[in-house]
Ligand binder design. Structure first.
Ligand SMILES: Nc1ncnc2c1ncn2[C@@H]1O[C@H](COP(=O)(O)OP(=O)(O)OP(=O)(O)O)[C@@H](O)[C@H]1O
Length: 253
């Protein structure tokens, strides 16, 4: 049997903003499923505050961990407000009504993701990016201290990519998300986890993880890593193989 992940051992601290990076099929989504408790590891444990995830009830987990999946099917007929309000479910008893505080929280979450003005719009009228932001709003309403997001900037335009990552960074929560854009990951995450073929290739700060040789080996493309002159972020540029060799040849001539 093929294991999606193997020999993963890591400890994440409260308030870490971790970007899981790696090529297609590296195991990013599988790791998020394990961390959310959706899937149990066949070997080993995932511990939350020292307690294995399987020892928490579904409600207890939902009060602590909120997940935003990669592909969210729009809940047909529901308004943005109603979808965001679903985040209250782990905190409510059956038929318990929304309080003023609940409504304030929903409004704030919608405001945070730029959807306050669309609160009465139905989800089938939203763009892919708006839908993504709506599910992030639902996760905020859930008030979990850990947020797991599968490619949260997928479908978002540049402005909202930055707005959403900035928002996630400022939440003061533990945020773990898979990301394909290494430059956005370098800019916003304080830690990166580089996966390849189900194994951890590197885990640490963006400076530690974004090493050209390592990236070249994992992504199978020549790459350069530079440092932004003003902000000191790492910036990764992948080169098509022929570009790299043409440039190297010119440098030799
Ligand atoms: N439900 C499943 N059953 C069997 N194998 C699976 C399942 N889901 C994923 N896999 C396999 O596990 C491996 C890791 O997949 P995963 O979706 O976690 O990768 P990923 O890094 O998130 O990829 P991508 O960047 O394409 O989203 C792949 O080989 C994939 O084919």
């Amino acid at each position: 049997m093929h294991a999606a992940l193997a020999e993963i051992s890591l400890t994440l601290a409260a308030n870490d903003f971790v970007g899981i990076i790696g090529p297609n099929g590296a195991g990013k989504s599988s790791l998020l499923h394990l961390l959310s408790g959706q899937v149990m590891p066949t070997v080993g444990h995932v511990l939350l505050a020292g307690r294995p995830l399987h020892r928490f009830s579904a409600t207890q987990l939902a009060q602590r961990i909120a997940s935003v999946a990669q592909i969210n099917v729009p809940a047909l007929g529901l308004t943005c407000w109603q979808v965001a309000a679903m985040g209250l479910l782990p905190h409510k008893k059956w038929f318990e009504h929304e309080t003023d505080r609940d409504r304030q929280q929903i409004a704030m979450a919608l405001e945070h993701v730029g959807l306050f003005d669309k609160q009465q719009a139905t989800t089938d009228t939203l763009s892919g990016g708006e839908l993504q932001r709506l599910y992030i709003a639902r996760a905020l309403v859930q008030q979990a201290s850990i947020l797991l997001l599968d490619e949260p900037t997928n479908h978002l335009d540049v402005q909202y990519q930055h707005q959403v990552l900035q928002l996630l960074q400022q939440l003061g929560k533990t945020v773990i998300c898979s990301m394909h854009d290494l430059n956005l990951a370098a800019r916003y995450c304080n830690k990166l986890l580089l996966l390849h073929e189900g194994r951890v290739q590197a885990f640490g700060t963006p400076e530690q993880v974004l090493q050209p040789d390592l990236l070249q080996q994992v992504f199978a493309l020549p790459c350069e890593v530079t440092v932004h002159p003003t902000f000191h972020w790492r910036q990764v540029t992948f080169l098509a193989k022929d570009m790299f060799y043409t440039k190297a040849k010119q440098a030799v001539l």
